[in-house]
Design a binder for this molecule. Sequence first.
Ligand code: NOJ
Length: 545
Amino acid sequence: MAPAESWWQTAVVYQVYIRSFADGNGDGVGDIAGLRDRLPYLARLGVDAIWINPWYPSPLADGGYDVADYRDVEPLYGTLPEADLVIAEAHEAGIRVLLDIVPNHSSDQHRWFVAALAGDPKARQRYHFRDGLGPDGALPPNDWQSVFGGPAWTRVPDGQWYLHLFAPGQPDFNWENPEVRAEFEDVLAFWFDKGVDGFRIDVAHGLVKADGLPDGGQGNDAAPGLVQHNESHPAWDQDGVHDVYRGWRTVANRYAPERIFIAEAWVPNNERLARYLRFDELHTAFQFDFLRAPWRASILRTVVDDAIKEAASVGAPPTWVLSNHDVTRTVTRYARSQPDHLIETDWERSRWAEEPADYALGLRRARAAALMQLALPGTAYVYQGEELGLEEVEDLPNEVRQDPIWEQSGHTDVGRDGCRVPLPWSGDTAPLGFSTNPDATTWLPQPQHWASHTAAAQDRDPDSTLNLYREALSVRATTWVGAGELEWIPTAPEVAAFRRGDAQCWVNTGEKPVELPTDATVVLASVAGTANQLPADAAVWLVAD
Ligand code: NOJ
């Protein structure tokens, strides 16, 4: 177990989707220059660390999760010397820097895959190339489907097939090949040497596949939904993957100060997740149940208890995620009805759009959820724009959509572009301060009404969501960090209320106001003016008198 004072055990990590954060060179695409310009904003917000989505050279077949060179920076985003600068400047501002490593697959433009396609047998061993089935090999080698839709195999001109669990432009590496293992350990060291504090690991549960790549079987799809991987499928969560992370931990352990890993691992339960967090593997992992839980106190309580228990069983901090670049923005998720079965099945974007959204209600709940998230023990992840209360942009014109899911699903799933729209910073008209060039066309269009959501407009409004987050992060640091274990306070069923030390957090998911304790004082509320009664869809932080 890591020393108790480690920063990452209590950190608030801000997710920078670099393509959409801020544009410093005027081309309408976010970049490192824009991020450098906005570091003071992040310092003022009070975050401990940033996690930057992949910034490596990439044809952007999947928003940069198709990496062509793991040791360089995508020219659209900047240069390696600029990467060095932003790492140093973030550190000066007291912000740690986490990168996103993509080890399950590369881009089809990666030099190894280019060599493999050219027929080099040694290069083919670094990926999963197979002959097809049937008399002329015209059938894929097994029945696996891509997470994004369609078969997980693509045939190359000489007749063989290669595996891609995601887009065809993302061939899966063969992690049984020691060359792949050595290469990634070297890539980690390359960035650690530059001062990077750690990595978020993409598809951490996918690297090692079941021996012989057996069929999943009828009705056993690898991914029945966008990020809802089917963990009983031979593509995922194989025991062999843990050996990879023991090697990675050995690399990280060579460095001081501490370098850390966060796993993105969609596994069936927190018990399987905890296996990634054993002392000689990864430090922490996203727990996604909070992100899929409907707005229902009884369910939130269960999710919190389970996450804390399983993380504690391996000495890791629990982690809390309300949204990220793969899922519907929180405001929109909460703007529609909240049936119990949501957590199991219906939480993905494609199933939402039929019901009209009540955005005012969604925002109200999102603000309350943020106070709950930031009061819990462990680490919290804030996806850029959550602090501005942005909603999903559900009406993007089809012709601007970039997410491969749109095409691969045969236009049945609009994909994730709606949560990736460039941030509104200031002003009244597009690009709303996103770009240094006022005439820039942003890579996805911003809704005009975001003029009232800009960081500048919210800066001026004491009750804005931005100011709620700023206040929450500041109070969190003195009130909740180190406050000790969580203890539930008995309340009405539609209320989730807990105490940690002298501090209490009350969340009302019901329709009626509830009385608050009289022996404690409100220090922060998601609805301005809250004192003795907690309104519906609101949360409050109290400190004992
Ligand atoms: C998970 C990432 O968060 C997502 O954006 C990406 O499409 C897949 N992994 C594939 O890399």
